[in-house]
Design a protein around this ligand. Sequence first.
Ligand code: UDP
Ligand code: MG
Length: 324
Amino acid sequence: MSKMTVIVPCFNEEEALPVYYHEMQKIMDQMEELQRVRVELLLVDDGSSDHTLYIMKKLNQKDDRCQYLSFSRNFGKEAAIYAGLHYASGEYVAVMDVDLQDPPKLLPKMYQILQEEDYDSVATKRCTRAGEPKIRSFLSESFYKFINKISKTEIVNGARDYRLMKRKMVDAVLEMSEYNRFSKGIFEWVGFRTKWLEFENIERSKGETKWSLGKLFSYSLEGITGFSVAPLSLASIVGVLFCLLSFIMILVIVGQTLAFGNPVAGWPSLVCIIFLVSGIQLLCTGIVGQYLSKTYLETKRRPIFILKDSSQEVKGRTHEAVEI
Ligand code: UDP
Ligand code: MG
């Protein structure tokens, strides 16, 4: 029988976790019986401050297919996915949200595709953004348009983190042990053949979204700085344009002075120009600063996550300690 590990990042999910397990249990039994694959849940507690870890421990006692990892603090979903991939022992590995926004009933189909067709991974994307605030959808759409213009790695619009991968792809993703992680880009960057399945947006089962607009904004910056260096050339491009512009202006002013004399005027326009140019300079410095800060954090080589606790079975796994 083959084995599949489903990584489930959880941050303050005491309400959603029992509902999730209830749903998944049926799918796990069904897959074991019909598809001859043992499905293990690797629940990752991302430093929750509620009873999430307690529920995980209970589930682990009740059902040995439920394993857990617990972080010393909140490291973010990306770190939780990385830790999960690191400790997953299945030949097949899936990543799934706990709030049932990633429908568990797709999992058997995804597994079947990997069995029957020549793919290394099956990924999912939402075909609608129904139920999401308009402003959020608009900002997300603009982000995808922008990043796909400037990045060579394609970031699929509406892509979820919900996907099933074969072991060789998981190993490739683990090779990318960068500190600033942007999974949507990383999964594309490693390559391999991926089949995309679409599904309609589903509302969260229980609890609340952990993503504020501010968090989403810094996440999108992560994506941009992680997968494109195009913004860094902005300074050079604008610089060249301004040089050309000023050259033309010099010619015009010299011409005007020769033809009409030199009346002292133009103070307001001068102030506007100073503001414009210094604004652009600050913007460019800021962009350089963004990349510099990412490089700074990367060179510190801090661990991506720190474990506080884990189930017995996971503890025994022979993976090397997280080497970053
Ligand atoms: N999550 C996490 N760490 C965080 C934030 C979120 O592990 O710091 C988990 C969360 O428990 C859930 C998944 O990531 O399983 C997706 O989070 P959420 O549903 O809040 O995001 P949304 O679906 O609104 O994008
Ligand atoms: Mg969600």
